[in-house]
Design a protein around this ligand. Structure first.
Ligand SMILES: NC(=O)C1=CN([C@@H]2O[C@H](COP(=O)(O)OP(=O)(O)OC[C@H]3O[C@@H](n4cnc5c(N)ncnc54)[C@H](O)[C@@H]3O)[C@@H](O)[C@H]2O)C=CC1
Ligand SMILES: N[C@@H](CC=O)C(=O)O
Length: 354
């Protein structure tokens, strides 16, 4: 019997959870919810974009895909929240493992109603400034916003920044590689295989967003930059980040399926950029930068062998934080920054920290 199954008991659990999103990250989380580490949690509902299943006495995580496959079409969050209420649990948690903007816009409302929210979905915190402000106001009521998975797939970036700020330190500048998929792509890309073929691999490995244009357009990196900058006190609007998109103009407005059929059109422009960089003894890296005046830019940069980002491997992210106290040398946080297992662990970690 797995850990969550063992907690399928009539008495009120300490923590009850519902899971939105059973894709790459959601499925990895279901696996973790079946381990002893999650023994104190009761999963009472799960949903994908089309269906949901609710069971107030607790769902075995392994049974969720089957339960959703058998459920009728239809989505409504009210029964999921009602299932949380019905448990009488001390901590009621909505876990958002979707990339859905509509769900993200509800985060503040859930917090206001007393549900803790643990999210991998960056669309609210990294979207319009108004949404960020709504989140801050809603969190003041006591419900917790677990956001570790939104930056660096759980690397201790936001927690470190919060800790520094509590001590009176402040962020001066920020630079690094904030995308696991773009890091993996440019760490691998040497011109021998088409960029589009590598992108196909990155999708299969679960590193990209559901629509990889969110990565290639710089949108996902810009969101992470905004989340960090806002945590550091920069009230940056989403239109204040200069973003270089790697998606050729004719591919920008296609639906996802049509875009995926034309991935080959990415190859020529990137092969050219790669050859130009190589001729100068440099490599390409997709960098995010925030300067002391709050000027923010994300885009493709040629970096020489002396640049720290030139030495990254795999899906490594790198966050170099220069602060009033980490001044002569930045505080650098580096490690894998994408992948279902580590992202799911970041979600579980935030739930267990409540
Ligand atoms: N893959 C990774 O390495 C990382 C992903 N993330 C974030 O995790 C989130 C999920 O990513 P993936 O699992 O890779 O995507 P995915 O496309 O594999 O899964 C998304 C899931 O959300 C569901 N969904 C969509 N709209 C929904 C709605 N309104 N209600 C309920 N379910 C809904 C879909 O049916 C699907 O099950 C995204 O926000 C992504 O940015 C964050 C850090 C790392
Ligand atoms: N698609 C994202 C996943 C994590 O946020 C990335 O590539 O970094």
């Amino acid at each position: 019997m797995n850990a969550v199954a063992a907690s399928l008991a009539p008495e009120a659990p300490r923590t009850a959870v519902v899971l939105l999103g059973t894709g790459v990250v959601g499925r990895a989380l279901l696996t973790l919810l079946g381990t002893p580490a999650a023994g104190s949690l009761r999963l009472v509902g799960a949903a994908n974009s089309r269906r949901q299943h609710v069971f107030a006495d607790g769902l075995r995580p392994a049974d969720v895909p089957d339960a959703l496959a058998k459920a009728r079409d239809g989505r409504d969050n009210a029964p999921l929240l009602a299932a949380l209420d019905a448990t009488g649990a001390g901590r009621k948690v909505v876990i958002d493992a979707t990339a859905c903007t509509k769900e993200a816009t509800r985060h503040a409302e859930w917090l206001e109603r007393g549900y803790h929210v643990v999210t991998a979905n960056k669309a609210l915190a990294g979207g319009h400034l108004q949404g960020w402000r709504a989140l801050q106001a809603a969190s003041a009521g006591g419900a917790v916003y677990g956001d570790a998975a939104t930056v660096g797939a759980g690397l201790p970036v936001l927690s470190t920044l919060r800790r520094l700020r509590r001590c009176g330190d402040s962020l001066l500048t920020l630079e690094g590689v904030f995308s696991g998929s773009l890091s993996w792509l440019f760490n691998q890309y040497d011109g021998s295989r088409p960029f589009s073929a590598l992108l196909g691999d990155a999708r299969r490995l679960g590193f990209t967003e559901p629509d990889p244009r969110s990565d290639l357009s710089g949108e996902d990196v810009a969101r992470k930059l905004l989340i960090i900058a806002r945590h550091a006190g920069f009230a940056l609007g989403s239109d204040e980040v200069e973003v270089e998109s790697l998606v050729p103009e004719p591919l920008r407005d296609l639906d996802t399926k049509a875009f995926l059929e034309r991935l080959g059109e990415l190859d020529e422009p990137l092969a050219r950029r790669h050859a130009e960089a190589k001729a100068k003894g440099k490599v390409l890296r997709y960098l995010a930068r925030l300067n002391q005046r709050g000027r923010a830019r994300v885009g493709l940069v040629e970096v020489g062998p002396d640049h720290p980002a030139s030495r990254l491997s795999g899906t490594d992210n790198q966050f170099a934080l220069t602060t009033t106290r980490y001044h002569s040398t930045p505080l650098v946080i580096q490690g894998p920054g994408a992948g279902p297992e580590i992202t799911a662990q970041a979600l579980l970690g935030d739930v267990l920290a409540l």
